[in-house]
Design a protein around this ligand. Structure first.
Ligand code: MG
Length: 221
């Protein structure tokens, strides 16, 4: 965890894969919708996702994330890759029952430990040649639950960076999580959830595993 940068914000895109929007009964938005996860939700590889007592239905969401390399404000799509330093993977952990009840994102997705992020970074220059035909996957106890082609994203990385940068300035180290494909589902204490980025040749480019535990009752320092 100490090796991870400390982003000023984690911007998360919602409903950016058609099949995932449909599985939750939502339409694909005409423009990106996004929300913020707090930096206090961040954990690193191997750290535990804590299930809070307020939720009975916590879900995994496997996502590609853009790591911002330069201050970005009002960036045009054609220039966007100049501002994306690298790609990584994260798990947009979500208390689905809270999200459904409130139709809001912050409480449901902002709990401590609800943003596991890999410490691996794939240089943005390799995106087109290696990962452009890649897939983002999620495994729960080694059973594949999500397997989405990155080409199925409704809004691509360059458009997303440009769009977000016209609403709020992005700072170095900030993350943009680009949405999750279909297959989201519940995770329970005792399970292990793994996110994988798979390249065009089927090989794993990076992997992020986190155990799932009940939220401890003692106060954490
Ligand atoms: Mg998400």
């Amino acid at each position: 965890m100490s090796a991870l940068p400390s982003p000023s914000k984690i911007v998360c895109i919602g409903r950016n894969y058609r099949e995932h929007a449909a599985e939750l009964g939502n339409a694909v938005p005409p423009l990106p919708i996004f929300f913020l996860k707090p930096s206090t939700a961040l954990i690193g590889p191997g750290e535990a996702i804590e299930l809070p007592p307020q939720s009975a239905e916590v879900h995994h969401e496997a996502e590609i994330a853009l790591v911002i390399g330069r201050r970005a404000r009002d960036v045009e799509e054609a220039d966007a890759w100049d501002y994306i330093d690298a790609l990584t993977i994260l798990n947009d952990v979500t208390a689905r029952d809270i999200q459904r009840a409130e139709n809001r994102f912050t409480k449901a997705k902002g709990f401590d430990t609800f943003c596991p992020v890999s410490d691996a970074r794939l240089p943005a220059s390799q995106w087109a040649e290696d990962i452009g035909a890649g897939r983002i996957q999620c495994f729960v106890d080694a059973v594949r639950k999500q397997d989405g082609a990155l080409s199925d994203m409704v809004f691509g990385p360059a458009f997303l960076l440009s769009y977000v940068s016209k609403h709020m300035t992005l700072l170095p180290g900030d993350l943009i999580a680009t949405g999750t494909p279909a297959g989201v589902g519940r995770i329970d204490a005792g399970q292990t959830v793994e996110i994988r980025l798979v390249g065009a040749d089927g090989g794993t480019r990076m992997s992020l595993s986190n155990p799932v535990v009940p939220r401890p009752l003692v106060e954490r320092k």
